[in-house]
Write a protein that binds this ligand. Structure first.
Ligand code: PGA
Length: 251
């Protein structure tokens, strides 16, 4: 049984006061829900990690960053290493988000190096993949996602520490989502590809999230697909009621 994972990517949003209060509200809801059947992860901006870690501690909510360096330390101005994140108390990190691939030229090879560095530091990783609109329209989705997976999955992948998020670039922040059939098709195909790369058992147990315009009104449809094990939520993760409603859709 793969336990569902509801992950919130706050992106470059949140100042101290609002960020702390959002994290606190979520932590209280999660703690109060008796033995939740889903894991909850939130990725605030670097500037809020320390505050958020403090307010969610002992709630069971898992906190991590939205990116990390592939290096452990040294002359890399502006970067944050996975060892630093671990030292702070983070449990994980998102790598390869399409906004990083687009804004910072991150290739599959870079994503893989970051994921490997994060695992080495003792963090869990959420690795993002997904096609552009042009790739979708020209029928290349499955091949694009396959190549991204083959090239960005760490050699040491285990089902416990690695999560994959399928996020079609054209669905992020647009209010558009693929059909249920399209999502299930990509997720089933990803499991197939993963079986070749990391073996059948890990492929069967690894969690595959869907991300891209997940909202309370479409969460149930997406989260009950057989190969969808949770959601990576952007915009709706900034509103406690919306994010919590999405999480409730796994019930
Ligand atoms: P969105 O973002 O939910 O705002 O579409 C998802 C993501 O980028 O992870």
């Amino acid at each position: 049984m793969r336990k569902k994972l509801i992950a919130g990517n706050w992106k470059m949003n949140g100042l101290t006061h609002d960020g702390i209060s959002l994290a606190k509200d979520l932590a209280n809801l999660y703690k109060a829900s008796d033995n939740p059947i889903f894991d909850m992860f939130i990725a605030p901006p670097f500037t809020l990690l320390s505050n958020v870690l403090e307010v969610v501690k002992e709630s069971g909510v898992w906190v991590g960053a939205q990116d990390c360096s592939m290096y452990d330390a040294g002359a890399h101005t502006g970067d944050v290493s996975p060892i630093m994140l671990k030292d702070l108390g983070c449990g994980g990190v998102i790598v390869g988000h399409s906004e990083r691939r687009a804004d910072h030229g991150e290739t599959n090879e870079i994503v893989k190096a970051k994921a490997e560095a994060a695992l080495k530091a003792g963090l869990g990783v959420i690795i993002c993949v997904g096609e552009t609109l042009r790739e979708r329209e020209t029928g290349k989705t499955l091949n694009v996602v396959k190549e991204q997976l083959q090239k960005s999955i760490p050699t040491e992948t285990t089902a416990g520490r690695v999560v994959i998020a399928y996020e079609p670039v054209w669905a992020i922040g647009t209010g558009k989502t693929p059909t249920k059939n399209d999502v299930q098709e990509v997720h089933a195909s990803m499991r197939h590809v993963l079986a070749d790369v990391v073996g059948a058992e890990i492929a069967q147990n690894i969690r595959l999230l869907y991300g891209g315009s997940v909202k309370p009104n479409n969460a149930k449809d997406l989260l009950t697909l057989p190969d969808v094990d949770g959601a990576l939520v952007g915009g709706a993760s900034l509103k406690v009621n919306d994010f919590w409603a999405i999480a409730q859709a796994v019930m």
